[in-house]
Design a protein around this ligand. Structure first.
Ligand code: COA
Length: 392
């Protein structure tokens, strides 16, 4: 009934939140935290956002090289051909729509989609890595195509409207905006939204990607891995921040009220200004730099500078008080707000974009897999004598 502590192995120690820990190998993206730079497969994100489309970015992450014109045309038509959702999926999601957030519906929807993928069962068994890679590119294309239709359709369900089918003649970015709003975006809107998707596509071993890799590392399937990632992205310290930035802007309401609001938040030991701070970047997040410029362009185009002016003021007040900088979520809120997108869509849009990176990481993990299983630094009591229930 009793036992004595017999362990002679000292508990391993590690930094809280795995800060600074290099947890594995990857060739997909490199975050230069001290310099404020980010590259996908060696290409600067500024170049990709300005000169490439999101479809090129997807191909790059999945193949570690830029596509030829023919390859780009193939991936575009494959994404378009797979965008329709199985009708039965709406039978699963419709009863849940009113009471669940969009991220809840997305998580359930992606998990349920595995039921309509005949290829997935094979990938749960032992298989040749090359054959697995071939099947997983097919599954990834299918899921990447469907995730955008899923988010847009769930949004319409929640707002009491019928989901709209994707169009085969529109780009990935344009299709998403079309399926959400029911009308085609302007060329300028498409371009900015496409660049925003590219900027969010991958980011090293961020929390949701790491979660996808841990799930994939057990040789679980793509749907399981992406479902894990969506759950992880949802939290306010990760992808959930962008929606909260918009809620904060709405709550403040006016540029004149920024200083008092933000100072109050910064004086609260538990206060967090959403969209600021980063585990890896010690300077400005390079994605925030591009998004700030995009928000400014949109503001000039629409003539409505309210969110942007407030954001600039928040940045000024935060920087004067603490050495923290805007991250990707801060100006993406003003960009999406200026595109008249509902804040409830902000984190799901992040998921749609990041799915390209998650899928790349799952395939990379499976191509050279080893179970991801770190150790815990045990802090609890040891060797306690057991007390029978009757004596407690
Ligand atoms: N608002 C106010 N203070 C912040 C802050 C924020 N958004 N982010 C970090 N800080 C402060 C902390 O209070 C801490 O100060 P202290 O050393 O005086 O205690 C210091 O900066 C370091 O913060 P820490 O919590 O250790 O950083 P982390 O690496 O664990 O957390 C984030 C990183 C991103 C979770 C954190 O910056 C945060 O909560 N940001 C807001 C949510 C957000 O925008 N998330 C999206 C990330 S892309």
């Amino acid at each position: 009934m009793s036992s004595q502590a017999t362990s002679t192995t000292p508990a391993p120690t590690g930094p809280k939140g795995l800060e600074g820990v290099v947890a594995g190998n990857s060739s997909l993206s490199k975050v230069y935290g001290e310099e404020g730079r980010l590259e996908y497969c060696g290409f600067a994100i500024e170049d990709l956002a300005e000169h490439a489309t999101f479809e090129e970015c997807i191909f790059l992450l999945w193949n570690q090289r830029l596509p030829t014109a023919a390859e780009l045309s193939t991936i575009k038509s494959e994404l378009a051909a797979n965008a329709a959702l199985p009708a039965g999926l709406w039978d699963v999601l419709r009863p849940l729509a009113a009471g669940q957030t969009l991220m809840d519906l997305l998580r359930t929807g992606v998990s349920a989609l595995s039921a309509w993928d005949d290829d997935v069962a094979a990938t749960r068994e032992v298989m040749d890595p090359v054959e697995r890679g071939r099947i997983e590119i097919t599954i990834s294309t299918r899921l990447m195509a469907r995730i955008s239709t899923l988010v847009a359709g769930c949004y319409r369900l929640k707002t009491g409207e019928q989901p709209i089918d994707a169009r085969s003649d529109l780009s990935y970015a344009s299709n998403f905006l079309y399926m959400v709003r029911g009308s085609e975006p302007t060329e300028g809107e498409e371009r900015i939204f496409d660049a925003a998707l590219t900027l969010h596509a991958d980011h090293g071993f961020n929390a949701s990607t790491f979660s996808a890799r841990v799930t994939a590392g057990t040789e679980s399937d793509i749907y399981a891995a992406i479902t894990s990632a969506i759950g992880t992205l949802t939290g306010r310290l990760h992808g959930g921040a962008n929606m909260r930035v918009m809620r904060m802007l709405e709550q403040i309401g006016d540029v004149d009220k920024v200083e008092a609001f933000v100072t109050g938040l910064l004086n609260d030991p538990k206060g967090r200004v959403m969209g600021f701070g980063h585990r890896v970047y010690k300077v400005e997040d390079p994605r925030a730099t591009v998004l700030r410029r995009m928000a400014q362009d949109l503001t000039s185009a629409t003539g409505n500078s309210k969110w942007f002016d407030m954001s600039l003021k928040i940045e000024e007040v935060v920087k004067a008080t603490k050495p923290i900088f805007p991250n990707v979520d801060f100006y993406s809120a003003s960009v999406y707000g200026s595109l008249n997108l509902d804040p409830e869509l902000f984190t799901p849009i992040f998921a749609v974009s990041r799915a390209s990176g998650w899928l790349a990481h799952v395939m990379e993990q499976h191509a050279d897999n080893r179970l991801i299983r770190p150790r815990a630094n045990y802090l609890g009591e040891k060797g306690r004598a057991f007390t029978p229930l009757a004596d407690r």
